[in-house]
Design a protein around this ligand. Structure first.
Ligand code: C2E
Ligand code: MG
Ligand code: MG
Length: 596
């Protein structure tokens, strides 16, 4: 309800005014003198004040003067009441800031009209202020979300748009486009030409997707910084070819010469692409928006490292940004000396007997600085910075030593599988290292299996065949890891001397429900058996997957359904329990030993 403060020392006049106000639906606040009026004004912040001029203690002018000193009260409409219509009094009141005046005696309608006029004015003023403030806010917003030079939305706008798209639960990709050698380029141009070049690049970029994927009003091209732009598209599948085609379009379109002041300027760009379908938030506690941006930056960094003028898709294994990568590199140098590395072991179970026939050694790194880092992340870095040989030698030694220990403490030997990296396979001296470790630890060669990924074999084909033959001559077993993730057929791989095929988890996941994978897996198992190769299925997690693999006569399963990778102490207990169970069910005869 609208509050009106009435300051009037004359009781009859006071009551008269209050009655009129109540009748009109206002809430009157009553003060009998100027001092009380001021106090009520501070306390209630009324919408309007009606005040008599002639009062003891504080007169109406003095009240008005005191109100004008206080910011909150100075804008309240003020109507003063005077018995005298002398021009001098009216002038004095208006000069002090009164909004209107009424000369006593006044009619109720005169009073009401004066009040409504002031209230309307007040409303109009406050509306106009609100509009002005809104307008100002909008223009500030627009400036802080727009790049002045190109008039494209800027990086802050991108984050906002990404948030919006992500809430819509639709998949999309982010292209991060960077002009190569920009510092050099701009040092050869004057400021005006550099700016013109940026504008022309922005125009060309916008030609690729002239319409926003969300709506006409939303823009999907952003200027990220001096020489970087980003573009959003609803294309997602790199295999489908759409994204690579778009990347080529950008590269070609932006490569065509730019004419600046009559001179042709040539520019190349690098593009990093991240899709919502291959970005995870697992690396740190970061939002999906950040992960997507980080993914595109990481992919861009990869291109730039190789000299630019190309594009690259972000893959989760590239998860490190340039800075994170440096952190990992630095920490990795100390990981071995500081005892941060540990070997975990994951059991491999003979599917028909249910007994442990071997274990795979899987490296773990609990960095003091970075926490647990996955081997899929740090092993490629260790390969690049030349640390992989030392690390691998250590793992091999640890794993063989452990297997030898088990041999002495268990009623049957347990085979050990150790992963070899592509780099190790391409370097001389591998066979000597293996021979020496076996000799030093006393492990029999047939208990060691070296796992080599399909892709590593293909990369080093000629060299690999010789090494594998030599290892085989030593009696060491060979497994082809992550089988099915490369592009070679089983027939081709059978030319390599190997004993075991490890089917990649990608085929095993939900296999009982996925018809296309069922056909591949059953064909691989059959062919492998014909070639006298064992098959290990990696990554079985559910009894349903396991049942299907059993039905297909897969030999061995390594997956969470049986056991996760564990520290040596735990895996020792796991194997011991498994052997006891086997002994119980087979009445004291030790069941099938090493099957691979
Ligand atoms: P890999 O050799 O194919 O090892 C199997 C990976 O699958 C392991 O991941 C294991 O923890 C995971 N795995 C096994 N069963 C399941 C399952 O049921 N569900 C799921 N989701 N995952 C399962 P991890 O330990 O993270 O190792 C990843 C890769 O890192 C290994 O793949 C191997 O390529 C590499 N790696 C690990 N340790 C070493 C090492 O000492 N040297 C080299 N060169 N590479 C290593
Ligand atoms: Mg492996
Ligand atoms: Mg594997």
């Amino acid at each position: 309800m609208i509050k009106i403060l009435v300051i009037e020392d004359n009781e009859a006049a006071r009551e008269n005014i209050s009655d009129i106000l109540r009748l009109e639906g206002f809430e009157p606040l009553i003060a009998t003198d100027g001092q009380q009026g001021l106090e009520l004004a501070v306390q209630h912040l009324p919408d309007l004040i009606i005040c008599d001029v002639m009062m003891p203690k504080l007169n109406g002018y003095e009240v008005l003067g005191a109100l004008s000193q206080q910011e909150r009260l100075s804008t309240i409409p003020f109507i003063f009441l005077t018995a005298k219509a002398a021009r001098y009094d009216v002038r004095q009141g208006m000069t002090l800031g009164s909004s209107d005046y009424l000369t006593k005696p006044f009619s109720p309608s005169e009073l009401v009209t004066a009040i409504q006029t002031q209230l309307k004015r007040k409303e109009a003023i406050s509306q106009s202020y609100t509009q002005q403030i809104d307008h100002l806010k909008r223009s500030i917003d627009q400036n802080s979300y727009t790049d002045e030079l190109t008039q494209l939305p800027n990086q802050a706008a991108l984050s906002q748009t990404l948030e919006q798209y992500l809430t819509q639960d639709k998949d999309f990709s982010l292209f991060l486009i960077s002009v190569d050698q920009f510092s050099f380029l701009s040092s050869t141009l004057n400021t005006a030409d550099t700016e013109e070049l940026i504008k022309l690049i922005a125009q060309r970029i916008q030609k690729v997707f002239p319409h926003s994927m969300a709506s006409e009003s939303l823009k999907d091209t952003f200027r990220m910084g001096q020489n970087q732009f980003s573009v959003l598209t609803d294309q997602v599948d790199p295999e489908g070819g759409q994204l690579p085609r778009t990347a080529y379009r950008f590269l070609n379109l932006l490569r065509a010469p730019y004419i600046l002041n009559g001179k042709a300027v040539n520019v190349t760009t690098s593009i990093g692409i991240a899709s919502t379908t291959n970005v995870t938030e697992a690396s740190r506690q970061v939002s999906k928006v950040e992960s997507l941006l980080q993914g595109a930056k990481t992919a861009l960094y990869k291109v730039q490292q190789k000299g630019g003028n190309d594009y690259c898709f972000y893959r989760p294994e590239m998860i490190f940004s340039a800075f994170e990568r440096l952190d990992v590199e630095n920490a990795l140098y100390y990981a071995l000396q500081q005892d941060e590395l540990e070997v975990f072991y994951q059991s491999q179970i003979d599917i028909s007997e249910g007994c442990v026939v071997g274990v795979e050694a899987l490296l773990r790194w609990n960095s003091a600085q970075l926490g647990w880092v996955s081997p899929t992340k740090f092993i490629p870095i260790a390969e690049e910075i030349g640390l992989i040989n030392d690390i691998s030698k250590w793992v091999l030694w640890k794993a063989c030593e452990q297997a030898k220990q088990w041999q002495t403490m268990m009623p049957k030997p347990i085979g050990i599988s150790v992963n070899l990296s592509a780099v190790q396979l391409s370097q001389p001296g591998l066979c000597e290292i293996v021979r020496k470790v076996l000799k030093d630890t006393g492990l029999e060669p047939h208990l060691l299996c070296l796992e080599i990924t399909e892709n590593a074999l293909i990369k080093n084909k000629s060299y690999a065949i010789n090494i594998l033959q030599e290892l085989k001559k030593m009696g060491v077993r060979i497994a082809i890891d992550d089988f099915g993730t490369g592009y070679s057929g089983l027939g081709y791989l059978s030319s390599f001397p190997c004993n075991t095929i490890k089917l990649d988890r990608m085929f095993i996941q939900d296999i009982h429900q996925r018809f296309s994978n069922q056909r591949i897996v059953s064909a691989i198992i059959k062919m492998s058996h014909e070639l006298d190769l064992n098959v290990i299925a990696e990554g079985a997690e559910t009894p349903e997957e396991l049942d299907y693999l059993k039905l297909q006569k897969c030999d061995i399963v390594q997956g969470f359904v049986y056991a996760k990778p564990m520290p040596s102490h735990d895996v020792t207990q796991f194997i011991q329990a498994n052997i006891s169970e086997q002994l119980d069910s087979n009445q004291a005869s030790i069941p099938a030993t090493l099957a691979y």
